[in-house]
Design a protein around this ligand. Structure first.
Ligand code: ASP
Length: 404
C-alpha cells in the first residue's frame, strides 16, 4: 500500500469512529463544535476538486483525441469505449427492471397519501429533446465558465479532432495543449494530499447527519435499489473485468479503493475524475491515451448507477399510483433512463433532476420526485461509486486491447 492509501484507510477508520460516536452519544456541545469544522474541511476539498475538474476534462480530452491518429487503434478505442458504456448501462437498467417487476415495490402502498410541500415545485414537464440539445451545443467559453460538462465534452471532441492537422501552426497549439494537460496533472497530484482530510470530513458528516427515519417508509424500495447497485458493482462489473483483462477482483478493489472511497464521499463522478486519472495511471499503469480519453468521457456519459436508479424510480412511481406500464412503455423506459443518465451532469444529486424527464415522458406525475429528495444523499453515494467503477473497468478493458 502506498503512503496515500494508508492515510486514506486511516481517515475512513477515524470518520467511522467519530461519526458513530457523535451519532450515538448525542453530545450536543461537541456536535455543534465539530460539524461546522467538518463542513469547512469537506467543502474545501470538494471546491479544490471542482476547481481542477473543468480544466482537466477540457485538456485531457483535447490532448488525447488530438494524439489519436486516424488508424485502427484509435477507431478501436472510440468504438470499444462507446460499445462498453452502452452495453453495461443496458445491463444495469434491464436488471433493475427485472427486479422491480418481480418484487413490485410500491404496489398497494399508502405512500401516495404522503404529502410533501416540495411536490408542487416539481409539477412542470420539461421538454426532453430541445432542452437536451440546447444544453450540449453551446458557446464553449460560456460552457467552461459555467461548468457545463456535457457541452465541454462536445466542444473538446471537435477541438481535439481539429488539432490532428499536420499544419505547423496547429502542431504548436497541440503541443501547448499537451503541456497544459501535464500542468493540470501536476496540480491534481498535489491536491491528492488533501484527500485524506476531505474524505474524513465528508464521511463523518454523512454518518452524523443522515436522517434514517425517512428511510422507513421507502425501505423496501431502497433495499431493492441498493441490492441491484451492489450486484452490478460487486458481481457484474468485476466479472467483466476478470473476463476481459484477467485482473483479479481483489487486486482491482485494493488498488482502486482510494478512487471508490472518493466517489462515495463526494457523490460526484466529475469531482472524482482527477483522482481516477492519477490513480489509474500510477497504480494500474494504464496508457495515458486510454485514461485521458475513456475516463473524462465516462465521467460525463457513463452512469450505470444513475441509469438504473432512474428506471427503478419510474417503475416505483407507476406502482404507487396504480399504473401498469406495458411492454412498449418499459422498452421506452430503458432508453429514457439511459438518456437521462447520460444527460445528468456528474455532480451530486444530478440524477434527481433528470428524473423529471423520465417521469414526464412516461406521463407519470413529476411531483413525486419530492418523495425521493430526503433519501437522495445516501443513494447518490452508492450510485456515484458504481458510476465511477464502471468508468475504471472500462478504462482497464480498453487498455488491455489498445496496444495489443
Ligand atoms: N452524483 C452522480 C455522479 O456524479 C450523478 C447522479 O446524481 O446520479 O455520478
Amino acid at each position: 500500500m502506498n503512503d496515500l492509501n494508508i492515510k486514506i484507510a486511516w481517515s475512513v477508520f477515524f470518520a467511522l469512529t467519530l461519526g458513530f460516536f457523535l451519532r450515538f452519544t448525542h453530545i450536543e456541545g461537541l456536535q455543534n463544535l465539530l460539524i461546522p469544522i467538518l463542513e469547512i474541511l469537506g467543502q474545501v476539498f470538494i471546491l479544490f476538486l471542482k476547481m481542477i475538474m473543468i480544466p482537466l476534462i477540457f485538456f485531457s480530452l483535447t490532448s488525447s483525441i488530438s494524439s489519436l491518429q486516424e488508424n485502427k487503434q484509435s477507431s478501436f478505442l472510440w468504438k470499444g469505449t462507446l460499445i462498453y458504456y452502452f452495453s453495461t448501462m443496458v445491463v444495469a437498467v434491464l436488471l433493475t427492471m427485472l427486479v422491480m417487476n418481480i418484487f413490485q415495490p410500491g404496489i398497494h402502498s399508502d405512500i401516495q397519501n404522503m404529502t410533501n410541500p416540495l411536490m408542487t415545485e416539481f409539477n412542470q414537464q420539461p421538454n426532453l429533446f430541445m432542452d437536451g440539445i440546447k444544453s450540449i451545443i453551446k458557446n464553449p467559453f460560456e460552457a467552461l465558465a459555467s461548468g457545463n460538462i456535457m457541452a465541454i465534452v462536445v466542444f473538446s471532441i471537435l477541438f481535439g479532432l481539429a488539432l490532428r492537422s499536420d499544419r505547423a501552426s496547429i502542431k504548436k497549439v497541440k503541443n501547448w495543449f499537451d503541456g497544459m494537460f501535464d500542468i493540470t496533472m501536476i496540480i491534481v497530484n498535489k491536491l491528492m494530499a488533501l484527500a485524506p482530510i476531505g474524505i474524513f470530513a465528508l464521511l463523518s458528516l454523512l454518518i452524523i447527519q443522515q436522517d434514517l427515519t425517512v428511510f422507513l417508509s421507502l425501505a423496501y424500495f431502497i433495499l431493492l435499489v441498493l441490492g441491484v447497485i451492489f450486484f452490478h458493482g460487486v458481481v457484474f462489473l468485476p466479472l467483466i473485468l476478470k473476463t476481459f483483462t484477467q485482473i483479479g477482483i481483489l487486486n482491482f478493489f485494493s488498488k482502486s479503493k482510494t478512487i471508490l472511497i472518493t466517489a462515495f464521499a463526494t457523490s460526484s463522478s466529475a469531482a472524482t475524475l482527477p483522482i481516477s486519472i492519477s490513480n489509474l495511471e500510477n497504480n494500474f499503469k494504464v496508457d495515458q491515451n486510454v485514461s485521458r480519453f475513456v475516463l473524462p468521457l465516462g465521467a460525463t456519459v457513463n452512469m450505470d448507477g444513475t441509469a438504473l436508479y432512474e428506471a427503478a424510480v419510474a417503475l416505483f412511481v407507476a406502482n404507487i399510483i396504480g399504473i401498469n406500464l406495458g411492454l412498449s412503455d418499459q422498452i421506452f423506459l430503458v432508453f429514457l433512463a439511459m438518456a437521462a443518465s447520460i444527460g445528468a451532469p456528474a455532480i451530486p444529486s444530478a440524477g434527481m433532476v433528470t428524473l423529471a424527464l423520465v417521469l414526464g415522458a412516461l406521463n407519470l406525475p413529476v411531483e413525486y420526485i419530492a418523495l425521493f429528495i430526503p433519501i437522495d444523499r445516501l443513494i447518490d453515494t452508492f450510485r456515484t461509486t458504481v458510476n465511477v467503477e464502471g468508468d475504471l473497468v472500462g478504462a482497464l478493458v480498453m487498455n488491455k486491447y489498445f496496444n495489443a
